[in-house]
Write a protein that binds this ligand. Structure first.
Ligand SMILES: *Cc1c(COP(=O)(O)O)cnc(C)c1O
Length: 385
């Protein structure tokens, strides 16, 4: 419906007067998201009062742009002169090996250089070990480095596992470090009463990415980048301090100054429609259902001796492999499967071991589909031995 309205009236937005309805919807829905994270202490979702509305955010065309925006904000915080003078060569970020590739891409776009991503140690499933943060940080400090941000996943795109946000957040708080949570896929679990504990401690983040087109059933694209402190959004694309004048002289909400994009489609309208159509409870039900069903699929796959899963899934992403095959054959198996045309699944590596990977996005995916997937894999495997 929202895409239809957008395509028909073709009223894009950049500044308030270009699309006042869309700008208002964006403000409303960003505040709705901030409220879920705990960064808006008000039920008035059109609140703009600085004293009440501590957090801020903006909708972007996708999580990749949202990550870039968050990292630009982290840079503005660590090194405000970077906007005019360029990057401080001492700047680094701490991230795990399985940060989404858009993180590395953003840092490269910012001219920070891939080599300035310092790897955080992870466990066998590539989940961050919070205890490893302290020694890495100490060494960086001793080497005279400036840590621009510490980045965690909620959840990792490859495995669907959540990093321990609370422990990482506390470490960042103690050392006054910017904490960025890439929750493009998994922040939506905040809506589910039984799943929101996966994001425990998320409020400790300084910036958070949340895609509505992943688990909130929005058509692409609709993503958000949220900040705990309002000034971090407003100083990102400006020199320090100018955020103070934000909105004071304007009639409405000028979003353009805080976004990479100039013209945007009415992203808030899309998100509003999703919430209006299903209701918060309806969206939460679907998230809970796909997460729980994936846990059931884990049991189903593990029960078959021909297959193994590396971990119990936390979200709707599940990895598994055909037990008898090495990495090359897992890939070949996947390619044959895709050639057959019944199943289109992806693969990923966890600690350099190749796995088959599925993401259960559709609430109508049932055990029946998984069983026939396994059956087809077994049939293909027989032809490959
Ligand atoms: C999907 C995803 C992204 C990228 O988001 P797009 O909307 O596809 O640009 C970034 N980070 C994580 C963790 C993701 O799952």
């Amino acid at each position: 419906m929202a895409d239809y309205i957008h395509g028909t009236i073709n009223n894009p937005m950049a500044i308030y007067e270009m699309g006042p309805g869309a700008a208002t919807m964006e403000k409303l829905m960003v505040n709705w998201m901030l409220n879920k994270v705990g960064w808006l202490k008000s039920d008035k979702l059109l609140e703009t009062n600085y004293e009440i509305c501590k957090g801020a955010g903006i909708l972007t065309h996708g999580g990749s742009l949202a990550n870039l925006t968050a990292l630009l904000a982290a840079r503005a915080n660590a090194s405000p002169e970077a906007w005019t003078k360029g990057n401080n060569p001492k700047m680094v970020v701490m991230a795990s090996q399985n940060a989404h590739y858009s993180v590395a891409k953003s840092l490269a776009i910012m001219g920070l250089g891939y080599d300035n991503i310092v790897e955080i140690e992870t466990d066998k499933n590539e989940v961050i070990k919070p205890k490893s943060l302290e020694p890495i940080y100490k060494k960086l400090k001793a080497d005279g480095k400036i840590v621009m941000a510490v980045i965690a996943n909620a959840c990792a795109t490859s495995t669907g596992l959540y990093d321990p946000l609370e422990a990482i957040g506390k470490f960042c708080q103690k050392n006054n470090l910017w904490f960025h949570v890439d929750g493009a896929h998994g922040t939506s679990a905040l809506l589910s009463n039984t799943k929101k504990s996966l994001l425990k401690g998320v409020y400790l983040a300084d910036s958070l990415v949340w895609d509505a087109h992943k688990m909130l059933q929005k058509s692409a694209l609709c993503a958000a980048v949220l900040f705990k402190k309002q000034q971090h959004l407003h100083q990102t694309f400006k020199q320090k301090g100018s955020y103070l004048f934000f909105e004071k002289d304007n009639v409405g909400f000028d979003l353009m100054a805080n976004a990479i994009e100039c013209t945007k489609s009415p992203l808030g309208t899309k998100l509003f429609m999703a919430v209006a159509y299903k209701g918060e409870a309806g969206l939460a039900k679907d998230i809970t259902l796909t997460y729980n069903r994936t846990a059931a699929f884990y049991k189903l796959i593990s029960a078959n001796k021909k297959f193994e899963c590396p971990y119990i899934p936390e979200s709707n992403i599940l990895c598994f492999r055909y037990r008898d095959f090495g990495d090359d054959l897992q890939l070949k198996l996947r390619n044959e499967l895709v050639k057959n045309g019944n199943f289109y699944i992806t693969t990923t590596t966890i600690k350099n071991v190749r796995y088959l990977r599925i993401a259960i996005m559709n609430t109508q995916t049932t055990s029946k589909h998984i069983l026939s997937l396994l059956k087809e894999i077994e049939t293909i495997a027989k032809t490959m031995i």
